[in-house]
Design a protein around this ligand. Structure first.
Ligand code: HAM
Length: 429
């Protein structure tokens, strides 16, 4: 049994290493990010899919038994009923499992927003729990879908205001061309094992394509001269890839062919792509990535249908927004702040006024806990609401102060909600 590592008493009431809280005001931006993605995905005809945070271990083993995400980083456990389960390390396997289980009409188009868990070495932009928005289409190998899914992601980055994002594109080929290429690559790399060490040798047997991804300078030198994957595509895979490129060109989506882009998971076949933010450090500049997978559904006992999708790392994409100073974090200012100057402030008048204004979809706030007049005005100023309404004892009318003009208006209680609604929601920035 492995030795249990205890957390120091000082740390037990802190978020576990590699995780973080998402709280106001930053959470407004997080929510706006997800809302923007949701609106775009819906506009493309995708429906929301919410799957369990954990699945039977076997679901994720399909991601690749030789990939680090599965072999080293998975949060797996046995539950009290002796089931072998794992927290979701990525979104695609769960979506394909749901497809196989429910057999919806094809092509099935879904999007998601969900946390993923990987036991990584934490650093900025690399977490043990990270969030992704993503989309998948299952049921057709049509290259138009490759173009559509890339358009969905690329246009989303543009809608955030990001301009320094590079789209890298490659094709892994179909099973047949990929198998032939792996053989060629192993042949080419084998003579270098002695110089490059045991780890290299192990990778060469277990997952040779991952070597193309290596950041080790000694290995980079060798792979620069390696045979290239796109040169080994079958005629069919090659034609498919050509159509995808023609579609992207027609849509005016710039891309760069990256023959050594292999991505992390075993399930990829055909088109693969990654979005790199030029504003971020190269080690964590991938803000999204995806590709086609031809056999995942069949491997889970489903029909032999192809799928394609992508995942976008929310934290990283927001770092890219920071670096480009776009997609600002400011929550919309309040419409109304209610200052309660009644001597007996225990009555519900202020609460009723807030309730009535909220029924009209106005954003409203007040001070709680019987604060002094001065404290209330201070809080009102901090909120910067567009209107401040003053409730006074015995007054038949309320005073409404308009921030933009500094004007004061006297408005009857019966009329104030309509008055604010007209000026408030109608003129919202
Ligand atoms: P992935 O490349 O592993 O792909 O993750 C997608 C994105 O999630 C990455 O580009 C990155 O922005 C972010 N990400 C990944 N790991 C971390 C981490 N530890 N900390 C912070 N951000 C992270 C997938 O997960 C595939 N399921 C994508 C896909 C969908 N392929 C087909 N369909």
């Amino acid at each position: 049994m492995s030795e249990q590592r205890s957390t120091s008493p000082r740390d037990v009431f802190r978020a576990p290493k590699g995780t973080h809280d998402i709280l106001p005001p930053g959470s407004h931006r997080f929510a706006a990010f997800v809302d923007t993605f949701t609106a775009r995905a819906r506009g493309f005809g995708y429906g929301l899919a919410v799957t369990p945070l954990f699945e039977h271990l076997e679901v994720f083993l399909r991601v690749g038994e030789s990939t680090d995400v599965v072999t080293k980083e998975m949060y797996q456990f046995t539950d009290k009923g002796d089931r072998r389960l794992a927290l979701r390390p990525e979104g695609t396997a769960s979506i394909v499992r749901a497809f196989v289980e429910h057999r919806p009409t094809e092509p099935w188009k879904v999007f998601y927003s969900a946390p993923n868990f990987r036991y990584e070495r934490p650093q900025k932009g690399r977490y043990r729990q990270h969030w992704q928005v993503g989309a998948e289409v299952i049921g057709a190998p049509d290259p138009d879908l490759d173009v559509e899914i890339i358009d969905l992601a690329a246009g989303f980055f543009a809608s955030l205001g990001l301009t320094r994002v590079r789209l890298k594109l490659n094709s892994m080929g179909d099973a047949q061309s990929r198998g032939a290429y792996v053989g060629r690559l192993q042949e080419y790399l084998a003579p270098h094992v002695r110089a490059l060490g045991d780890d290299f040798g192990r990778m060469l047997t277990e997952n040779p394509l991952r070597i193309l991804d290596s950041k080790n300078p000694a290995v980079i030198d060798v792979i620069e001269r390696a045979p290239q994957l796109p040169e080994h595509l079958s005629a069919e895979a090659s034609a498919h890839f050509e159509q995808v490129q023609a579609g992207l060109n027609a849509l005016g989506i710039p891309f760069e062919l990256e023959p050594r882009l292999v991505r992390g998971f075993d399930y990829y076949t055909g088109t693969t792509f990654e979005f790199a933010a030029e504003s971020l450090d190269a080690a964590q500049d991938a803000i999204g990535g995806g590709g086609r997978y031809d056999s995942l559904a069949a491997e889970m006992g489903g029909p032999d249908v192809s799928g394609i999708g992508f995942g976008i790392g929310i934290e990283r994409a927001l770092f890219a927004c920071d670096a480009e100073a776009v997609f600002p974090a400011d929550p919309a200012p309040l419409d109304v702040f209610v200052v309660d100057l009644r001597i007996d402030t225990t009555g519900p008048e202020a609460a009723v006024l807030l309730h009535d204004l909220r029924l009209e979809d106005l954003t409203v706030e007040k001070a709680y806990g019987g604060r002094s007049e001065k404290a209330q005005w201070k809080l009102a100023a901090r909120h910067g609401a567009r209107f401040t309404v003053v409730l006074e004892s015995g007054a038949s009318e309320l005073t409404v102060r308009e921030r933009s003009t500094g004007e004061e208006h006297k408005v009857g209680r019966d009329l104030v909600v309509g008055w604010l609604y007209e000026r408030g929601s109608g003129s919202r920035p």
